[in-house]
Design a protein around this ligand. Structure first.
Ligand code: ZN
Length: 271
């Protein structure tokens, strides 16, 4: 599933090709995504210029002076830049064709992705307005996590994966950040000290930055005709490594389920 780093990498991959470009035509082959693609989107977008390509949580926001296109990659979506004349495959649901014949192609085999249009300020959209801060921006900090967690009995891992608290900390990154910070994933959020939260916030940022940097090496895939944008595999210390030795102390890693998600940790290194 595309996580925040993949979405940010997608943003960086497509921006140089579509920012400042005018939409010439939109081809919708399959309007039934997670939510229906807005009717008349073809007419709505035609002739509009993409002013900026930004990201909020895992939504890509293509802003025009008439409104904003919201794109979400869901479970299996991807965006590619292709040149004219490439035949669409089975899961190539939407093409955004720009005046210079560059095409932004949305592919999504499982169709949990979304393509939506809003004429309100994007941050007011129902899907975006209640989201917590971006982990890589200044309003996110250990102090914030500490303040929001007081009296919370939620396991810390579920707490940091809650998008009302902070966005973009998916299962892999939660597992890895808690290992890096030395915090047991089932520990109650309300019982963790400010110092440990400050360390954890730094670890979340470090893990996400590392993933985004790694994504940078896949940027050329956005214009690769054969491939899909890379959903890159990071060097992982705990996620997917149950039963293997801890990379720090050699103890065998354990697995528990928290909020029904696989949670792998080292019972020596994480307290
Ligand atoms: Zn260990």
């Amino acid at each position: 599933m595309p996580e925040l780093p993949e979405v940010e990498t997608t943003r960086r991959g497509i921006t140089p090709y579509i920012e400042g470009q005018t939409v010439k035509r939109v081809i919708i082959r399959q309007p039934r995504l997670r939510w229906p693609v807005p009717e008349n989107l073809e007419q709505t977008l035609k002739g509009l210029r993409i002013q900026t390509v930004s990201r909020r949580a895992k939504y890509l926001l293509l802003a025009t002076d008439a409104g904003t296109l919201l794109l979400h990659l869901g479970m299996s979506g991807s965006l590619r830049i292709i040149s004219d004349g490439q035949t669409a495959g089975k899961h190539d649901h939407i093409d955004f064709i720009f005046a210079d014949e560059i095409i932004l192609r949305f592919n999504d085999p499982r169709r949990f992705g979304a393509v939506l249009w809003t004429t309100e300020p994007a941050e007011q959209h129902p899907l975006l307005k209640d989201l917590g801060p971006e982990p890589l921006q200044e309003d996110f900090s250990g102090d914030l996590l500490y303040d929001l967690s007081r009296n919370k009995k939620t396991p810390i891992k579920s707490f940091i994966m809650d998008s009302h608290i902070v966005v973009g900390v998916g299962n892999i990154y939660a597992n890895e950040a808690l290992f890096m910070a030395g915090i047991h994933p089932a520990r109650q959020a309300g019982k963790i000290s400010l110092t440990r939260y400050q360390k954890l916030a730094g670890c979340i940022q470090a893990i996400l930055r590392q993933a985004i940097e790694q994504g940078g090496t896949t940027l050329r895939d956005f214009v690769n005709e054969a491939g899909k944008p890379g959903y890159f595999q990071q060097q992982l210390n705990v996620y997917g490594r149950v039963g293997l030795p801890c990379t720090r102390c050699q103890q065998i890693l354990k697995e528990i389920r928290l909020s029904n998600r696989s949670t792998v940790f080292c019972s020596d290194c994480q307290r």
